[in-house]
Design a protein around this ligand. Sequence first.
Ligand code: SAH
Length: 246
Amino acid sequence: MSGIVYIVGAGPGDPELITVKALRILKSADVVVYDRLISKEILEGLSAELIYVGKEIGDAPLQEKINQLLVEKAKGGKKVVRLKGGDPFVFGRGEEECIYVTSKGIKCEVIPGVTSAIAVPEYAGIPVTSRVVPNSSGFTVITGTTRDGGLISDDYIPKRGTVVILMGIHVIDELTKVLLKVRNAEEKVAIIEKGTTRDQRVILGELEQLPDLVKKYNIKSPAVIVVGEVVTLMELVGFKNENLRK
Ligand code: SAH
């Protein structure tokens, strides 16, 4: 008898930002295969076998092993949860795992998660869209680097609207140059490191300062970069991160 693989989003960091459905499935799982950015509090108290497969950006060989592990465990009839940070289909490779598992004749289901692309700016007081400030009628989420380790191309960057960048810190110099091809040097930016967690840091500045800010404040992954006028709302609403769990 073959089991099932659930591709599950754990949310962006705050352990309470996981869905009710994800929690229910986790509680009855036999095996949980989890990533680097998963909060320990979510895993505490689970009766499942816990397997850590945390990887850094672009660690492709490990992906093949993860795919095989999911199939191997599910083939034994087990209920397997593949737990991923944020939402599994937003730069999460959840779809790759789904395709692989299904191709091996194993059932696969996806449980969406709260993505860091929206929730991390939000916890910092920055909405990704707004009617209160101009040029904020839409938002684009991009990755700093592409699958082959190359830089994102400037035709992914819209002329107007909010740009949210994931996985951008390690290529900040080159990425800023790409952004400056399309956007103004004085545009407001926010860098949010370890968003929605107790260690969250928010750094504000202008687009051309991005590389200097990352260096000055020694920003490390995970961090989200927001470019656009919505960043000014953070100061307007005087947000104090009161949502953060102490
Ligand atoms: N599937 C995830 C994104 C995976 S890519 C999601 O939907 O959130 C990993 C990137 O997400 C990181 O490099 C960083 O840019 C961003 N990220 C994830 N968690 C974060 C956090 N708590 N704070 C800031 N950025 C975060």
